[in-house]
Ligand binder design. Structure first.
Ligand code: ZN
Length: 331
């Protein structure tokens, strides 16, 4: 069955209703440790990427959660950028990340949908995502948006994403948890061995978020626009491969699956040169004439208003805004 081009509204709603943790980020030792670890991971990844010639900015992060990774990047490297997430509540947690990590600098924060990134094409040199793509049933339209906003010579980097193996797929019967469970999955839940099918994501599942496992074919399809794809697949085996080439490692990876990460280079387009702040666009008319007015942003071209809440700009398509944030949705 073909996956839809758009994530369902229910899945978007589940993503957007992730809870606000606030002080819990500092006071709950598990949460604090998790965020510290995430900060360390991106700092280590960024060092390695920089050595490989990847420019770290201007950057855009999708599925940023409480923006801990963007914040760590910004406070450890001379760069600037934007953290985005569909959950306003999660982004509001970013101020507690600053206290937890003793950091001062904050990225631009935008509550948006990764299917509709509110920036002109060729705006960023570095677009990244951690534990994000597998929360979409279909990665193709989201990766296409990341590709669009990247400038020539820019890199899309992702990490902490699962690649499916044929054995697991056969056991599980489907790729995404948003589908009804198969008979074998129901038995697995009963016997409490569901980790065989879904190696993690119990918390996400409880919120109704999509958990998907893409096989190598779908990864290849999603990453097809990039000129160079340098992936490392499986934490244990560390298989280095370019999905575009029929290497032995590609074949091995298609069998083993496992964690997948790596930078993908965009060779086409225009270099990202000007200030990303000037390249923010209105989702209704695509104009860049967004001006501060009445505590929010107003499109001077079509008059659509976008709210700013706790310093976070909410820039969603009208239909999605009305569904996810009905009480406060603008006009
Ligand atoms: Zn407009």
């Amino acid at each position: 069955m073909e996956a839809p081009q758009q994530q369902s509204l229910d899945a978007k709603r589940a993503e957007s209703s992730r809870p606000f943790h606030g002080e819990g980020i500092i006071k709950d030792p598990n949460l604090a440790a998790m965020h510290r670890e995430r900060c360390n991971t991106i700092v280590n990844d960024a060092k390695e990427l920089r050595e490989r010639g990847v420019s770290l900015g201007p950057f855009l992060e999708i599925g940023a959660g409480s923006a801990q990774r963007s914040i760590a990047l910004l406070n450890n490297f001379p760069t600037d950028g934007v953290a985005t997430d569909i959950s306003l509540q999660s982004l509001r947690d970013s101020r507690y990340i600053l206290s937890l990590m003793n950091y001062a600098r904050k990225p631009m924060l935008i509550c948006c949908d990764a299917h509709h990134i509110p920036f002109m094409a060729n705006t960023f040199q570095f677009v990244f995502a951690y534990q994000a793509l597998h929360h979409f049933e279909n990665p193709i339209p989201v990766v296409a948006e990341c590709y669009r906003v990247l400038g020539k010579g820019g890199y899309f980097y992702f990490n902490e994403e699962p690649m499916d193996s044929p054995v697991l797929r056969l056991l599980r019967g489907n790729r995404s948890l948003s589908r009804p469970p198969t008979r074998l999955q129901r038995l697995g839940y009963k016997l409490r061995v569901e980790k065989i099918f879904w190696d993690d994501g119990a918390w996400e599942r409880s919120l109704g978020m999509t958990e998907a496992r893409f096989d190598i074919g779908l990864w290849r399809e999603a990453l097809r626009p990039f000129s160079r794809v340098s992936l490392e697949i499986s934490r244990r085996l560390r298989l280095h491969t370019d999905l575009h080439r029929p290497l032995l490692n590609t074949l091995l990876a298609s069998i083993t699956g496992g964690n997948v990460k790596g930078p993908c280079e965009k060779a086409e387009g225009e270099p990202a040169s000007s200030d990303f702040r000037e390249r923010l666009i209105c989702l209704d008319c695509r104009s860049t004439q967004l001006v501060q007015e009445g505590g929010g942003l107003l499109c001077a071209n079509c008059r659509r208003a976008y709210p700013i809440i706790d310093g976070i700009i909410r820039l969603l398509p009208r239909a999605i805004e009305a569904q996810l944030y009905p009480a406060s949705s603008s006009n």
